[in-house]
Ligand binder design. Structure first.
Ligand code: FAD
Length: 430
């Protein structure tokens, strides 16, 4: 099987690069082992909320030059300011064109309400997530947070008390819906996705609306756990019309419906543009000659290699097995690529679990076109995108989705325009 580009991994990075390449008319396949971190994400996308020195960032685009000064190995620094600025708007466009309705902009972060009622800064949030602009108060005055009786992955009382501490009038309620009883027999079945399968049934809508209307009397907005609207938002829209009050969704513990919706929308857009998805398959062998990848072997295709002019490594970080460790070694499992990582085990972590952890910055090292190095040499037709890249901390710097989307679009652009660079060695992180 021959493609122009084979992408390994179907997280945010793999899908975004696939969409851009397919849109440009390139034949493209994505091979993906399984669920990506989108299934565990809040659904909100971070671009940059803190500098490496800990200072808060409210206006990400204005903070780029300081980021580049502090973190020359950060993927945004590799990509360069002019490219970051144009790619961030391209990313917002890609999201919109994939049918996702998100609020926010890279010129100014906003706050989203977290699953425990706190506020966290971010770049883009699904339109159903309660948010507030930087200098503005929440617009609602009297919120009811409604949980689902027996659902342990969301606690309305915790959310309501946190909102009250922030000056919002809020109360907690629980809805009792008899048609959910069949799930209650088994606690492991009583999870967001299974609940959504039942809440999404049109015949259940009047009952849900009646229960929410009863509990929401005297309140001006309703917060629900994101257990409704698995495929589309239309069921929540219909519910809102019946309840006659704005309805917002808060992320739950995984699986996260808000993240899954992003995955589904991007996957459909990729397929719609002619991309080939090989889900449930794993790249387990790479054939190389003269610093080029000449074939990829997968579990399902056995000894029939996938051939491609270009390969994108979008395998994620430790969470998705894009990076692995033994007790004393960090490594990239497919090609044993060069890493930005500390070799001494005691430098991987800090004792204070709340401190930024050095291992989160580990990842592959690249040239300025995001082509990884192997034993100091650029792999000429391989590009890296997303969480497999080193040099940044998605958690402490609040930049996980931004790096995935922008690096994906950046490497797609290299492939589309056919740029090549001289070989370059990047030093270990300080
Ligand atoms: C639990 C969790 C929650 C997060 N929540 C947020 C959030 O709310 N907001 C935010 O901005 N950022 C969040 N992040 C940061 C996150 O890293 C990025 O936002 C982004 O989604 C990462 O996308 P990715 O495509 O680079 O990697 P991943 O999402 O990790 O995807 C990698 C994919 O590669 C596949 N893969 C790996 N090896 C192979 C192989 N050999 N063959 C085939 N396929 C392979 C995996 O199965 C997976 O599908 C979160 C990260 C984690 C781990």
């Amino acid at each position: 099987m021959k493609f122009d580009t084979v992408i390994i991994g179907s997280g945010l990075a793999g899908l975004a690069s696939g969409i851009r390449l397919a849109e440009a008319g390139k034949s493209c396949a994505i091979v993906s082992s399984g669920q990506s971190s989108l299934y565990f994400s809040s659904g909100s996308m971070d671009f940059l909320t803190r500098l490496p020195d800990g200072r808060e960032v409210t206006h990400p685009l204005s903070a780029l030059s300081e980021l580049f000064r502090q973190a020359p190995n950060h993927p945004y620094s590799r990509i360069g300011e002019k490219n970051v600025v144009s790619l961030v708007y391209q990313a917002e466009k890609l999201i919109r064109e994939s049918g996702l309705v998100m609020t926010g902009s890279a010129s100014q972060n906003h706050y989203r309400v977290t699953p425990i009622g706190h506020q966290r800064m971010t770049w883009l949030s699904p339109a159903r997530v309660p948010v507030r602009e930087l200098e503005r108060p929440f617009w609602w005055e009297n919120v009811v947070v409604i949980g689902i009786a027996g659902f342990l992955d969301f606690h309305p009382g915790i959310v309501a008390s946190a909102l009250q501490r922030q000056g919002v009038k809020a109360s907690a309620q629980e809805m009792h819906l008899p048609f959910l009883d069949k799930l209650r027999d088994n606690a492991s079945e009583f999870r967001s996705v299974n609940i959504a399968h039942l809440l999404d049934r049109p015949e259940n809508l009047p009952l849900i609306a009646e229960e929410i209307s009863r509990l929401a009397q005297g309140h001006d907005a309703v917060f629900l756990p994101a257990c409704i609207g698995l495929e589309t938002d239309s069921i929540v829209e219909a519910l809102q019309i019946l309840v006659k009050k704005p309805i917002y969704l808060l992320p739950t513990l995984p699986p996260s419906l808000l993240g899954m919706r992003i995955y589904q929308a991007l996957r459909e857009q990729f397929r719609h543009l002619g991309g080939v998805m090989m889900v449930g398959d794993t790249v387990n062998g790479v054939e190389m000659a003269d610093n080029h990848i000449t074939g990829l072997y997968t579990r399902n295709h056995g000894d029939i290699p996938l051939r491609a002019s270009h390969v994108i490594l979008a395998t994620g970080s430790f969470f998705s097995n894009g990076l692995k460790t033994t007790l004393d070694r960090v490594y990239e499992p497919l090609l044993d690529l060069d890493l930005l990582a500390y070799s001494a085990r005691e430098q991987w972590t800090r004792k204070n679990v709340f401190a930024a952890q050095p291992y989160l910055k580990f990842g592959v090292t690249t040239d300025e076109y995001l082509r990884p190095l192997k034993s100091g040499q650029v792999v000429e037709n391989l590009y890296a995108a997303g969480a497999v890249l080193g040099g940044y901390d998605p958690l402490a710097e609040g930049c996980g989705s931004g790096v995935s989307l922008l690096s994906a679009l950046f490497v797609a652009e290299q492939i589309i325009t056919g740029k090549r660079s001289t070989k370059q060695r990047i030093p270990e992180i300080a």
